[in-house]
Design a protein around this ligand. Structure first.
Ligand SMILES: NC(=O)c1ccc[n+]([C@@H]2O[C@H](COP(=O)([O-])OP(=O)(O)OC[C@H]3O[C@@H](n4cnc5c(N)ncnc54)[C@H](OP(=O)(O)O)[C@@H]3O)[C@@H](O)[C@H]2O)c1
Length: 330
């Protein structure tokens, strides 16, 4: 049980799960922020479907909520791109709160946003705030998990991780962002215009894994493409006809002097098998396989489980490298 004072920033499906887990863990939710007009003004008990009032209304004025409720930690889940969520993080830092955010590009922000990473780090340090990007992926399956598993190897040559998941079991916003039911050309256009993101975080996970283990990568590559349906599929939110997008297949790789030392691969599609497999090549060879991690509750669990850890961590912008103490030492 934790008695942390929490503000939840973003009450989409992930923010709602985070709030439920935080409440279950005995955390005190002192404020809730969202801009969605269908949530603003409502009690969080109603938004979460708890059937009772919690005495906390969802508000859109983040500065007001944060300054009046003075949280220990802000659990943030409004978006993927750091340049868009940066002003929100600044508001939380300004009141001295620590932050755990599901923003994928914050997991290793020096890759896409080195300038913002420096700004966040120095602003957080000057306000005694700790800021961390984490979740299930990036934040666990492609990085923290293989790094910890590598601890038992005498010699490590290469790491590869495959995650396969049944997208039909994920939340609607996930199914939308991987383009289910689009034609291949709609998918390409929507992805290039930023209307959908598919998976974001391949490179972040590769860099995070490398940093925890101590691998000095010379190159990082990533990419993804649509998986096209060869028959009819149906999810709770989309009907997919043959020739339309059934999901995505993407990868990230990290190389040292032309040799691939880290590879992460995600297959997220309707009716895909649920599993994760981590392969560590070296001495000994180790293969670890799961029957699949349910991504949405896992994201909420990771965020809530890390809330206490960030309050104990040094001020500034941190990554999971600062929290994970076990791994192979490259
Ligand atoms: N790292 C990981 O493993 C991981 C895992 C799961 C999700 N994620 C990421 O976490 C984020 C949240 O996921 P989700 O599915 O819950 O997303 P979502 O459905 O887009 O919900 C986000 C919520 O935040 C609100 N919001 C947007 N901008 C805001 C702002 N400036 N101030 C206050 N509220 C704001 C949105 O309102 P409107 O709808 O009105 O915009 C919406 O209610 C996504 O970016 C997702 O990609 C990361």
């Amino acid at each position: 049980m934790s008695n942390l004072r929490i503000v939840v920033y973003g009450l989409g499906p992930i923010g709602q799960l985070i709030t439920k887990v935080a409440l279950e863990r005995g955390m005190e939710v002192t404020g809730a922020i969202d801009i969605d007009p269908s949530k603003v003004g409502k009690d969080i008990g109603e938004v979460l479907g708890l059937g009772k009032s919690m005495g906390i209304k969802v508000e859109s004025d983040a500065d007001k909520v944060l300054s009046s409720s003075r949280p220990d930690v802000v659990l943030h889940s409004t978006g993927t791109w750091l340049d868009r969520v940066y002003p929100q993080l600044v508001k939380a830092i300004k009141v001295g709160a620590d932050v755990v955010s599901t923003c994928e590009t914050l997991a290793w922000p020096w890759y896409r946003y080195p300038d913002l990473a420096e700004l966040i780090d120095s602003y957080a340090k000057s306000h005694d705030s700790t800021v961390l990007g984490a979740g299930v992926n990036p934040g666990f399956i492609f990085d923290a998990l293989p790094a910890v598993l590598s601890t038992t190897l005498v010699r490590l040559n290469r790491i590869s991780i495959i995650r396969s998941l049944n997208a039909a079991e994920r939340r609607q916003s996930f199914q939308r962002k991987i383009g289910l039911g689009m034609t291949p050309s709609q998918f390409k256009e929507a992805l290039s215009r930023g209307e959908i993101t598919a998976h974001v975080g391949f490179a972040e996970s590769v860099l995070l894994t490398a940093s925890i283990i101590g691998i000095n990568l010379s190159e990082v590559r990533e990419g993804q493409e649509a998986i096209i349906a060869d028959r009819h599929y149906e999810t709770p939110y989309f009907k997919i006809e043959p020739g339309q997008v059934r999901g995505v297949d993407g990868y990230g790789v990290g190389l040292v002097n032309g040799h691939e030392v880290i590879k992460v691969e995600l297959k997220a599609c309707a009716a895909c098998e649920n599993f994760e497999e981590v392969r560590l090549e070296g001495e000994p060879n180790v293969t670890w396989r799961s029957s699949g991690t349910p991504g949405d509750p896992a994201t909420a669990a990771v965020v809530v489980n890390l809330a206490d850890r960030v309050t104990e961590a040094r001020p500034g912008l941190i990554t999971l490298k600062d929290l994970i103490k076990y791994s192979y030492s490259w």
